[in-house]
Design a protein around this ligand. Structure first.
Ligand SMILES: O=C(O)CCC(=O)C(=O)O
Ligand SMILES: [Fe+2]
Length: 327
């Protein structure tokens, strides 16, 4: 495994671009934004990794020393680059930010300078941010309790798979990690997952033969109840992308059904393969960290929550149409 260190110069994001696939890289800088950054292209490795340190090594990381980093051009550009390349990034805040000012500003900066579309509101009755924490009394939606307000496990999914267009990115800020070992977030790389599927299964998943139903708590003003489409596609850069949440998807043909079964089998094995799946426990995601995810190139899941005080804050942004059928 090649490893090298070099100094990160302002305006030299091409150093980052050129480093893709070269193994772990530490980027150092004297500015507020990049005190430490590890970068590694997510690609299959021969060894199998499982420890916390290995997971951290495979997850690109940035540090934000102060709130102002969220508007600092170099910092924002690096975030944008990382989202474009690996599609996943962890940011550690060196300051308390219970109101998510950094995250809000960062998303606004990505909008202003890097073409990201503004956040979508989470539901008819909520704004940009959504608190993920077990709730026994109030709910953030009008009449229904969303599953993120429960302690239940979430199996593999992409967010807002029922929406057209779905958000291309989401971020989770950890305010209070689960102190009892629950609520572990995992991320599964869609490219690696799709390489495990046969080409017949891939083609079937790309056909417009799946009905995706909106959960009732997320009906919006237009009350669109379902969409029909494929669950796998290829983006404009030729990379596989997915929208998925098993329990709201109905295959509309026997081929579609068969492909769904194949996919579910592959999900089970890929979930235990550390070359495909990153497992982020509280050690990797302590308080004051944020994980940013490309919602089409990574599936995510969480184990059941054990700590009633666990508290994350979520934002979803950059709604872009899910790519259509591949010719
Ligand atoms: O609680 C988590 O770690 C993730 C929650 C999630 O995936 C969601 O709310 O969509
Ligand atoms: Fe989610």
């Amino acid at each position: 495994m090649i490893s090298r260190d070099f100094v990160y110069h302002e305006n030299n994001v091409s150093a980052l671009r050129n480093s893709r696939g070269a193994g772990p890289v530490n980027l150092l800088t004297s500015t507020c934004s990049l005190r430490h950054l590890q970068y590694q292209r997510f690609q299959p490795q021969r060894q199998s990794f499982s420890s916390v340190t290995e997971t951290l090594r495979r997850l690109p990381q940035l540090q934000a020393s102060q709130l102002e980093c969220s508007t600092q051009p170099q910092h924002v550009q690096t975030v944008s680059e990382m989202l474009e390349s690996t599609g996943v990034l962890k940011i550690s805040l060196d300051f308390p930010d219970d109101d998510s000012q950094y995250l809000k500003q960062l998303v606004l900066s990505l909008h202003k300078h890097h073409g990201h579309k503004l956040p979508i509101s989470h539901s008819a009755s909520r704004g940009w941010f959504w608190d993920i924490r077990p709730s026994t009394v109030s709910t953030q939606t009008a009449n229904y309790q969303a599953r993120s307000e429960t302690m239940q496990e979430f199996t593999w999914h992409t967010d807002c798979s029922y929406e057209d267009p779905p958000p291309r990115h989401f971020a989770l800020q950890v305010l209070q990690p689960d102190r009892y070992g629950g609520g572990i977030l995992s991320l599964m790389n869609v490219q690696n997952l799709s390489e495990r599927l046969s080409s017949e299964t891939r083609s079937a998943l790309m056909r417009q033969e799946y009905k995706i139903t909106t959960p009732p708590e997320f009906y919006k003003e237009n009350k669109q109840c379902h969409i029909t489409g494929g669950i796998l596609s290829i983006d404009s850069d030729g990379r596989p992308v997915m929208r998925f949440r098993r329990e709201i998807i109905s295959p509309l043909s026997s081929n579609a059904s068969q492909a769904m079964e194949d996919l579910e089998r592959s999900l089970l094995t890929a979930a235990t393969d550390p070359q495909v799946t990153l497992r982020l426990s509280a050690a990797e995601l302590p308080a004051q960290t944020i994980v940013l995810v490309d919602n089409r190139r990574w599936l995510h899941a969480r184990t059941d929550v054990k700590d009633p005080e666990r508290h994350l804050r979520r934002i979803r942004w950059d709604p872009v149409p899910f790519p259509g059928p591949v010719q």
